[in-house]
Design a protein around this ligand. Sequence first.
Ligand SMILES: Cc1ncc(COP(=O)(O)O)c(C=O)c1O
Length: 391
Amino acid sequence: MAVRLSHRELDLPKIEIGRLLEIAAEHKEIISLGPGEPDFNMPDPLIEHVKKIANKCNHYSPPGGRHEFKEAIIKKLKKDNRIKAKPENIVVTCGSQEALLIASACTMDAGDEMLIPDPSFFAYLPTIELFNAAPIFVPVKEEEGFALNPDEVEKRIVPGKTKVLLINSPCNPTGTVLKKDILEELADIAVEHDLYIFSDEAYEKIIFDDAKHVSIGSLNGMENNAVSFFSFSKTHAMCGFRLGFCVCNQKLADAITKSHIYTTICAPTISQKLGTKALSLPSIHTNKMVSQYQRRVRFMLTRLNEMGLYCVEPKGAFYCFPNIQSVTKDSKKFAYDLLKKAKVAVVPGVDFGTNGEGHIRCSCATDIKLIEKAMDKLELYLKKVKKRRLR
Ligand SMILES: Cc1ncc(COP(=O)(O)O)c(C=O)c1O
């Protein structure tokens, strides 16, 4: 049989990150600054707990989420995010990525438009295009610290077509944390133009120095407009357990639950029980990881700036997103050349959108000693590249 694929699939963008990480994994001498997941194991009490519950988790859970887990989530939302929620507002999913996908399916018809920052997490675009809806890019500028500019958002709204504005703070790949005044302006725009705001808060706890994470869902008037997405992957280093949830108005939560039944039925029972335990732990477990990320990000930032690769200071998440335009505008070429000549893997900025071109994403979810080595190799590589150009 001829292998046939849908146009929808064929139209999805090809990105380099998968191939680069595969090459890095196959060659031990390569230092990978590619990973988008914590290098830490999950906290010890969770490792112990999972052993205890392993033989009690063979049944499905309720599609929207287990009762006791939702109760723990409600407390967490109140305490950490100032979001008031009832069980009916919450849908527990297989990672926040599934929640994003289903929320898009439940809100976007073919031809509808979703505004997304450029650059932003590479999974957003396919999430929209899979439903034959249209991503509309809102450029975020380096000189504005990669923060979303409400005027740029408002300009792109088309009445009757624009359904959703997607925001991500702290941001992958830039590390930008949106300030409360910007969130307030975006909230006003959403109310005025009757838009949903999808707020991806996967990195909510990975915040540095004086930065503060504010959930847009906590702002006045956002009860119906905000759909907030949370994950256990980064804060609790539980990527492999595929656990996340979203919180939104009840009608949409019902719709998301309905579609969730037709996709994965429910998030794994073992993950939900572990999630309940994770939410009962003191914050020290997450804080320990965050202080390591902060140390690594600061170190990397200093080194990058010293070697002439300007980088906006990340206020959260665990990435640096330096500008490589003093060498080349072509981030894909740069990433492959760096991999070949210096044995360091980074992600080309263009994977995160056209506006990410001329940048690379360097992850700090890697041991500091490896980051040190990678920075030495990068520095040497840059010196050689500059010499080659002078000749
Ligand atoms: C910004 C952002 N949102 C969502 C996700 C998906 O997280 P999850 O593991 O909860 O599906 C990721 C994963 O890297 C991410 O970087």
